[in-house]
Design a protein around this ligand. Structure first.
Ligand SMILES: [Zn+2]
Length: 424
């Protein structure tokens, strides 16, 4: 059996006086430990809000570090607080820990999930590892830390609102003072070159709500439709009207995406069914549009049903809000990346990602920056490598050290400043 990694231990005299060894160097000394932890997590992925094995592994990795640890009640989260030797504000670092319900396609000698139907296909095993690494790095620099750091190890990012539950359980108040800034990294297996950090001010990830509609009519013979109440043309009108709504009710420069992904009605050509059903995803990229779209969609659907004298049942499910990055925090991240890793390592993103993220609940409460990190393996081309959530998505271990050290750098530097982000 693999020996469980003891708390990653940094040797040397980094606790004494001036640090001549950079966090980046420290992180490369941890690389083997980081890779081992990531592979262990990767082989044993867990889903949703309850990740007992993952929680256990992280606790083992944090053992011996000077952290105040509390565990979640409604989910297997870990909140770890590192108190700096000098008083100051709080910074929060977040890593999500859950996997996805799909079966991994093995590839070469890369570690593969041992659990059928479960896979770390979104790289959250790397996020967990990088956050544990950052906790180790910062524990070794406690004497230079001018404030406190909250490490938020979060289950249930993939649609289970884990961040929201952790907030309800008090993660933002873990040190007694609200974080002045929160940072999260997300690896991508494609599109972005390995080792590049990418972010943008303002909207970074979409909000994604869903609507589930049942139009209730009256079945009958297809030859005498006037004696029935046909739900099919009415439901079709709703689908078309929603597409028209996208440009007629919303500014094209603040885009809205509406896709009806499922539509079901009837059995054969000569029977009018008594109901039609459809489901749609509604993606928005601003808080204003996210706030407006439910009323627009529900009003439109009800109005069309009423116009034809049919009943309609609408189930509207709000998903994650828009992930909005604080402009000053993004500037601060960009400056830090450029200074520590080199000019070419930071890329400003021209547009938001269309995926959704529950870090949005954190960045809705405190200024935050959500940052993508390219992790395409060296033997693949980022232009066409399988993307996150694919059964053959793969992420390169080589980014672990830089991910861990960037999180640590951000906390260390941000705490050394007071007030809003320094480069604002
Ligand atoms: Zn993810």
């Amino acid at each position: 059996m693999d020996k469980a990694p003891r708390a990653f231990i940094l040797q040397g005299d980094r606790k004494l006086g001036v640090h001549i060894v950079s966090l980046r160097d420290d992180a490369s000394a941890l690389q083997d430990d980081l890779v081992r932890l990531r592979h262990d997590l990767h082989r044993e992925p867990e889903l949703g809000l309850s990740l007992p094995r993952t929680q256990e592994r992280v606790l083992t990795a944090l053992q011996g570090l000077p952290l105040e640890i509390s565990l979640g009640e409604r989910l297997s989260s870990i909140t770890a607080v590192l108190r700096g030797s000098q008083p100051g504000p709080t910074v929060l670092l977040r890593g999500d820990m859950d996997a996805l319900p799909l079966t991994e396609s093995p590839d070469g000698d890369r570690p593969v999930s041992q659990a059928e139907g479960r896979m770390h296909a979104c790289g959250h095993d790397l996020h967990t590892t990088m956050l544990a690494g950052a906790a180790t790095l910062l524990s070794g620099r406690r004497d230079s830390l001018k404030g406190d750091v909250v490490f938020m190890f979060q289950p249930g990012e993939e649609g289970h609102h884990g961040a929201k539950i952790m907030i309800e359980e008090g993660v933002l108040d873990a040190t007694g003072s609200r974080p002045v800034a929160a940072y999260a990294l997300h690896v991508v297996s494609s599109l972005l070159a390995r080792g590049r950090f990418l972010s943008r001010p303002g909207p970074m990830m979409a909000a994604a709500d869903t609507v589930h509609v049942t139009v209730r009519g009256l079945g009958g013979h297809a030859a005498v439709p006037y004696r029935a109440k046909d739900p099919i043309p009415v439901a079709c009108e709703m689908v078309t009207a929603m597409q028209t709504m996208v440009t007629r009710a919303f500014d094209v420069f603040d885009p809205v995406v509406v896709t009806v992904g499922s539509f079901h009605a009837g059995t054969v050509d000569n029977i009018i069914p008594d109901q039609a059903r459809f489901d749609a995803t509604l993606r928005t990229f601003s808080e204003a549009n996210h706030a407006a779209i439910e009323e627009r969609v529900v009003g439109l659907i009800r109005g069309i049903a009423a116009a034809h004298g049919l009943e309609v049942e609408i189930e509207y499910r709000p998903g994650y809000p828009v992930t909005v990055n604080d402009a000053a925090e993004v500037e601060f991240v960009a400056g830090t990346v450029r200074e520590v890793y080199g000019e070419e390592r930071y890329l400003p993103s021209p547009q938001p990602f269309t995926g959704a993220e529950d870090f949005s609940f954190v960045s809705g409460e405190v200024p935050g920056a959500f940052v993508a990190l390219g992790a395409c393996p060296a033997d693949r081309d980022p232009a066409n490598a399988p993307y996150n959530h694919a059964p053959d998505a793969a992420f390169d271990d080589s980014v672990l050290g830089d991910g861990a050290s960037l999180l640590a750098e951000l906390a260390l530097r941000r705490l050394a400043t007071t007030g809003p982000a320094p480069d604002a």
